[in-house]
Design a protein around this ligand. Structure first.
Ligand SMILES: [Zn+2]
Length: 203
């Protein structure tokens, strides 16, 4: 596992919460699933223009895969690499199919309301960063096992990650990053119970 020569941030993200922060080109971001079975919804926005952001729809044709594997980049809606998955110390399920959970989804699933959501965490984090952006965009769902069946169906399965599993991403441009410890407790997305994440930024 890559050791950082210098650690810039070390964030503890409590279950169900989100966090936004800025990175410089070349910075490394390590995201650790502390207890296992915990997805991390991940967004990245170009620092110079938040209308350019990580786009799963643009990433998939760029890499000819349903999601990046170690060594692959994730691309923006302008088709530029924004982060590269430099190290994958997990079983490697990082979904790019599903939208972030949001309030209507929890109402649909008959959850007790109000309920935290990844989309709510995204907009709170962007507001804290002073970024005016209210659109609903698709996250990169790290440690998320939405399994595509041979007949085209989709099965929501637990992530299967173990405590301490992690990924290391490298920023390919100055960017604002938002992460959310997914609060989904109405289906197996988080293995039944949402838990905490650790996010370190270094170089
Ligand atoms: Zn979520």
């Amino acid at each position: 596992m890559t050791a950082f020569a210098e650690t810039i941030h070390d964030f503890h993200i409590p279950a169900r919460a989100g966090k936004g922060f800025r990175v410089a080109k070349g910075d490394l971001i390590r995201i650790t699933d502390l207890q296992g079975d915990q997805p991390c919804d991940f967004w990245a926005f170009a620092a110079e223009n938040p209308r350019e952001f990580l786009s799963p729809e643009h990433t998939k044709p760029s890499i000819s895969k349903v999601s990046p594997k170690q060594g692959d980049a994730a691309y923006t809606n302008y088709r530029r690499p924004i982060v590269t998955l430099v190290e994958d110390n997990s079983i490697g399920n990082h979904d790019m199919q599903f939208a972030a959970c949001d309030e209507p989804r929890y109402i649909q699933l008959k959850a007790p309301m109000p309920h935290a959501s990844c989309q709510g965490n995204l907009h709170m984090a962007l507001e804290e960063l002073g970024i005016d952006f209210d659109a609903v965009i698709q996250p990169w769902n790290l440690f998320t096992n939405f399994f595509i069946l041979p007949d085209g169906g989709i099965d929501i399965r637990p992530p299967g990650t173990k405590g301490g599993d992690n990924v290391v991403l490298r920023a390919e441009m100055d960017a604002h990053i938002v992460v959310s410890a997914c609060p989904q407790d109405m289906n197996p997305t988080c293995g039944g119970s949402p838990t905490d994440l650790r996010v370190e930024v270094g170089r």
